[in-house]
Design a protein around this ligand. Structure first.
Ligand code: CP
Length: 312
């Protein structure tokens, strides 16, 4: 049985297979419209979401299956041990996708589930987003992946961790432009830092202007974890972070007239990590990237349910 926890246990070949299936289904959706007939996906959310919820739900519908949204707070997950609820859930559905606050709870789900579990984003990893991002990059470059230079500017977080992992698996050149690594951050992962230090094609710079030279893709994400963004109790913390992070903003001064594509996993916070004119700049592929959430989820679901690409 396959799960998607964080991409660490996936080979480059397996990731390429998921992306290949995503592209095939995207190009020929009718051929796959009944492949998950009779299958049900449970979608469990401890945190807010637009894209992850919608894209998984539409993916199941368009593959002939069904999805069930479960809000953590209005379910009995709040009353008992996660392992008991997952033991039950995995006997009534054929796949589980969960957006949880803590990766340790994702691991508990993996060990309790009788069916595949997908990490729909936790504090350390966002593997579904990384699959989408690579699908999008492959669609917007003529270069082989090993010649592509992806630059991430912003904070080190779950998104940058998953980009680091997928870049290392697929052989991309990847540059992180962020402030110094904070080992007390909730997203800190020693395995990711090891990759950054040891992989010759993955670098960490603190100067974003230097990082974006020769970039094919320049990518950013929110500076503040989304559940904190509108918390009035965190205003001072947010203000200090904004002052520290403004040099890492994607704006016209940073990308100038460089021949690069601009990416963001959304939701966007205008004037923080990116300026509005960069979102609508001709080089922006942000909305195409977000639309690809649907196609990447389909490729992932197909790969989790079927051993071979030809099974429909
Ligand atoms: N990028 C992403 O995961 O979007 P949502 O938080 O809206 O699901």
């Amino acid at each position: 049985m396959r799960h998607l926890a964080n991409l660490k246990d996936y080979t480059g070949t397996e990731i390429r297979e998921i992306l290949s299936r995503a592209k095939k289904i995207k190009d020929n959706p009718r051929h796959y419209q009944d492949c998950l007939k009779g299958q049900s996906l449970a979608m469990l959310f401890q945190k807010t979401s637009t894209r992850t919820r919608v894209s998984f739900e539409v993916a199941m519908t368009e593959l002939g299956g069904h999805s069930i949204f479960i809000d953590w707070r209005s379910s009995n997950f709040i009353l008992t041990g996660i392992q008991h609820e997952i033991e039950y859930l995995s006997r009534n559905v054929s796949c589980i996708m969960a957006r949880l606050l803590e990766h340790s709870d994702v691991q508990k789900m993996l060990s309790s589930s009788q069916v595949p579990v997908i990490n729909g984003c936790c504090e350390k990893y966002h593997p579904c987003q990384a699959l989408t991002d690579l699908l999008t990059i492959m669609e917007h470059t003529d270069k082989p992946l090993q010649d592509v230079h992806l630059v991430y500017t912003g904070v080190q977080n779950n998104v940058s961790n998953s980009l680091t992992l997928i870049a290392s698996k697929l052989g991309l050149r990847f540059t992180l432009a962020t402030p110094p690594t904070d080992s007390s951050s909730e997203s800190y992962d020693a395995d990711i830092q090891k990759i950054i230090h040891e992989n010759a094609k993955i670098n960490h710079l603190e100067n974003p202007a230097e990082a974006v030279k020769n970039a094919d893709f320049v990518y950013t994400d929110t500076w503040i974890d989304m559940q904190y963004f509108n918390d009035p109790g965190r205003t001072a913390e947010k203000d200090a972070l904004v002052e520290q992070m403004l040099p890492f903003q994607i704006n016209s001064a940073l990308v100038q007239d460089r021949n690069c594509k601009i990416m963001h996993d959304m939701p966007i916070h205008d004037h923080y990590e990116i300026t509005p004119e960069m979102v609508s700049d001709p080089r922006s592929i942000i909305y195409l990237q977000s639309a690809n959430r649907l196609h990447a989820q389909k490729g992932l679901l197909h790969w989790l349910y079927f051993d071979t690409e030809t099974v429909t």
